[in-house]
Write a protein that binds this ligand. Structure first.
Ligand SMILES: [Zn+2]
Ligand SMILES: [Zn+2]
Length: 261
């Protein structure tokens, strides 16, 4: 089964997985439908388009959050800096923030998250600009089980969700004030790396480093694309180090081989 990607936390961190041709057409409604379909493809399938500037020179990130669940400015800045460091977008990276009211559920399936995207997304690939949808939910993932708690899921080629409410529950008792933005940064960058094609998810492996026990994740245990088994420990170590885990050399090599920086 392929392949949704999610970070799972709790006492246990599970990192599970989870081009239409443009025709000339006089019917503008049909043309509009063709444009949106390019952003509804499988996770990882836009790896090269996101990494290189061959087709897309700039990127817009439509960052939508439920009222009260806006991510920290520091985490957004960290994500943009990460994208700038790993991709070629000479036309720049733009973040458009938008607030929406709560859909009023405590739990959401991936299909429900995708429906929220479909109802609220306004930015799709357009000309030489590629569009990404990032959604910050007020509810929990319906896939949570016991101590296995999903923090984020990359579920389409240019779409991911962050379960911001769950992140806050996991960090609210931590005395270090920047723990939440560190965890937001970690989950956002992890999910973004999945849509960039890691690991073996659109960016072809340049060396044998996919974790055989945890598909689409890296076998290097200090790489962020590693499937870690203890989220609380992971959060503690991250907070103590005061930084987000970095990509290891093998994951960077995969991105470079597929058009990245
Ligand atoms: Zn993952
Ligand atoms: Zn790696």
């Amino acid at each position: 089964m392929i392949k949704r990607n999610k970070i799972v936390s709790g006492l246990i961190l599970l990192l599970v997985l989870g081009t239409a041709c443009s025709k000339s057409d006089d019917n503008s409604e049909e043309a509009a439908a063709l444009v949106t379909v390019n952003n509804k493809r499988a996770t990882g399938s836009s790896s090269r388009d996101l990494l290189s500037d061959v087709k897309f020179k700039s990127m817009v990130i439509e960052l939508v959050y439920v009222t009260g669940f806006e991510p920290s400015a520091a985490a957004i800045n960290n994500l943009v800096a990460f994208i700038e460091a790993r991709t070629f977008k000479p036309g720049g990276i733009t973040v458009l923030k938008k607030e929406i009211p709560s859909p009023a559920k405590s739990m959401y399936t991936t299909a429900e998250i995708a429906a929220i995207e479909d109802a609220n997304r306004t930015k799709y690939n357009n000309g030489t600009e590629i569009a990404v949808w990032a959604y910050f939910s007020d509810g929990a993932s319906a896939e949570n089980e016991g101590n296995s708690v999903v923090l984020g899921t990359a579920y389409r080629n240019t779409s991911f969700v962050i379960f911001e409410n769950t992140i806050r529950r996991n960090t609210s008792s931590n005395p270090l004030s920047n723990t939440r933005s560190l965890l937001e940064t970690t989950v956002m960058e992890h999910e973004f790396r999945h849509i960039l094609g890691l690991t073996n998810l659109g960016a072809t492996l340049q060396s044998d480093h996919e974790d055989p026990a945890n598909a689409k994740h890296c076998v290097v245990n200090d790489c962020l694309m590693y499937f870690s088994s203890e989220m609380q420990v992971g959060i503690g170590a991250m907070a103590a180090a005061g930084r987000v885990p970095q990509l290891d050399a093998q994951c960077i090599a995969d991105l470079r081989a597929n058009g990245g920086r």
